[in-house]
Structures are given as structure tokens and as C-alpha cells.
Design a protein. Structure first.
Length: 73
């Protein structure tokens, strides 16, 4: 099955399932192959500067791979 056809999860969904914080999930998956990362650059709106941020979507197979790696230890 192609990654595009799989269910994708947010860090918040995985955090709730695994009993971890959203931030910990982001750190675990930040450099993982197959994770979709949508980066939104900071920009100026009038006199204010909006912050940049990254949105993650984690395919089911990547979630499974990381979980297996973490539970093998």
C-alpha cells in the first residue's frame, strides 16, 4: 500500500493513544522518513511578525515502525 493511501495521524492523536505529550511525539517523528511535514514560514502582517510553524501528518506504517522500534528496547 502506498503512503498516500494510508490513514495519516496528527501528533495529538498519537500522543493521546500512546500516553505521551504532543511535543514528545513531534520530536520522535521529526526526522522519520515518510512523515509529511508542511512548514509555514513566519511573515509580517502590518507591524507584527507571525511565527512560523510545522504541521505533521504521520502515516500508519511509519507510526507502526516507530512503535515497534521503541518497544524492542
Amino acid at each position: 500500500m502506498a503512503l498516500a493511501d494510508e490513514q495519516h495521524y496528527t501528533p495529538q492523536e498519537i500522543a493521546a493513544e500512546w500516553g505521551l505529550s504532543d511535543e514528545m511525539i513531534r520530536r520522535l517523528f521529526a526526522e522519520e522518513a515518510g512523515v509529511l511535514r508542511l512548514t509555514h514560514a513566519s511573515r509580517r502582517v502590518g507591524r507584527k511578525l507571525t511565527r512560523g510553524y510545522t504541521t505533521y501528518r504521520i502515516p500508519a506504517s511509519v507510526k507502526r515502525r516507530v512503535h515497534e522500534r521503541l518497544t524492542r528496547r
